[in-house]
Design a protein around this ligand. Structure first.
Ligand code: IPM
Ligand code: MG
Length: 363
């Protein structure tokens, strides 16, 4: 089959890590007889430097014409001024909104051979295999009013946490559908003891649960969820959250896996049914641009490579191909190869390119 992919390498380690994802896609193409047409574009700081905008209308249009978007990382100290008119992150938010990517999947799986790389005790992280389903185009990030102004008594600023029934329902459905293909447990995260939007969220979750009798639904307050995530993370299967709650909890959860360099993500414009789909989506590792690591061939490309696997699964409906990529990552880790971020004594330390090559060879 033939697929078109928009590739947006972005800033910092983005370009070198994207190259390894592309290497893996090419290998999958050869091995399984598919063709991936790649269209490169600018995003984030790289786009600000060239065009004065973090996301140009041309890049957005190009992404819309493709079957999926592969984005690596945006941002860096160069563009960090809090008063700046344009920020690299605007590129990311613009893509999410502009492409209607409302469902952000962030799987956190602790590879058995990496339990010692986590800061947490091996007994706590062993067996962790969970997926966050984070709402991505609503809530506090996008609610209006959102502004800052001067008053006689000082400066003020406001952000708004608003959700419609439709927005809540579709993200919960993604959670239920994913839970169905896994251990059938869904944790709906909210702050229903304080927030009105959370009370609506909780009510809708309970209403639509009747359509998924095979999935066990639990409600969990966001603060105690943060606690349980490091207390007994292996208990979770699928968690579904509001945009900002998900932003915070997924950074916390990333530490279970030892390094952010291991974690992929998918942002979908549709509800995947049965664990695979042909939904339009954007795929990105959850680590940032790591400017201090850039250009040294040391960054871990595994998150970016696993993001390709998610693209194969959720946008191209290619389950076997996705599993081949995940299996290859597993093999390379089993053979003892490690990038610096997951290195422990007795293992073989390698760079970005070598890791990409070893994984591609094993597909
Ligand atoms: C993430 C990031 C982004 C977010 C930033 C870079 C805008 O933290 O993807 O989690 O807050 O969503
Ligand atoms: Mg974040």
């Amino acid at each position: 089959m033939r697929f078109t992919v928009a590739v947006l390498p972005g800033d910092g380690v983005g370009p070198e890590v994207a190259a390894e994802g592309v290497r893996v896609m090419k290998r999958v193409g050869e091995r399984f007889g598919h063709e991936f047409d790649l269209h490169y574009g600018d995003i984030g700081g790289a786009s600000i430097d060239k065009h004065g905008l973090a996301l140009t209308p041309e890049t957005l249009k190009m992404c819309k014409r493709c079957d999926a978007v592969y984005l690596v990382a945006v941002g860096g100290p160069k563009w960090d001024d809090p008063l700046a008119k344009v920020r690299p992150e605007d590129g990311l938010l613009g893509l999410r909104k502009g492409l209607g990517l409302f469902a952000n999947l962030r799987p956190v799986k602790v590879f058995p051979m990496l339990v010692d790389s986590s800061n947490l005790k091996p007994d706590v992280v062993r067996g962790v295999d969970l997926v966050f389903v984070r709402e991505l185009t609503g809530g506090l990030y996008f609610g209006k009013p959102k502004k800052r102004w001067e008053t006689p008594r000082g400066r003020r600023a406001v952000d708004t946490l608003a959700y419609s029934e439709r927005e809540i329902e579709r993200i919960l459905r993604v959670g239920f559908e994913i839970a169905r293909t896994r251990r059938k447990k869904l944790t709906s995260v909210d702050k229903a003891n304080v927030l009105e939007s959370s009370r609506l969220w909780r009510q809708i979750a309970t209403e639509i649960a009747s359509g998924y009798p095979d999935v066990e639904l639990e409600h969990q307050l966001v603060d105690s969820c943060a606690m349980r995530l490091i207390q007994r993370p292996a208990d979770f299967d699928v968690l579904v959250t509001e945009n900002m709650f998900g932003d915070i909890l997924t950074d916390e959860a990333s530490m279970l896996a030892g390094s952010m360099g291991m974690l992929p993500s998918a942002s979908l414009a549709g509800v995947p049914r049965g664990g695979v789909s042909r939904a339009f989506g954007m795929y990105e590792p959850i680590h940032g641009s790591a400017p201090r690591r850039a250009g040294q061939n040391i960054a871990n490309p595994i998150a970016a490579i696993l993001s390709c696997a998610l693209m194969l699964r959720y946008s191209f409906g290619l389950l076997g191909e996705a599993e081949a990529v995940e299996g290859a990552v597993n093999r390379v880790l089993e053979e003892g190869y490690r990038t610096f971020d997951i290195m422990v004594e007795g293992m073989k330390k390698i760079g970005t390119r070598e890791m990409g090559e070893l994984i591609a060879e094993r597909i």
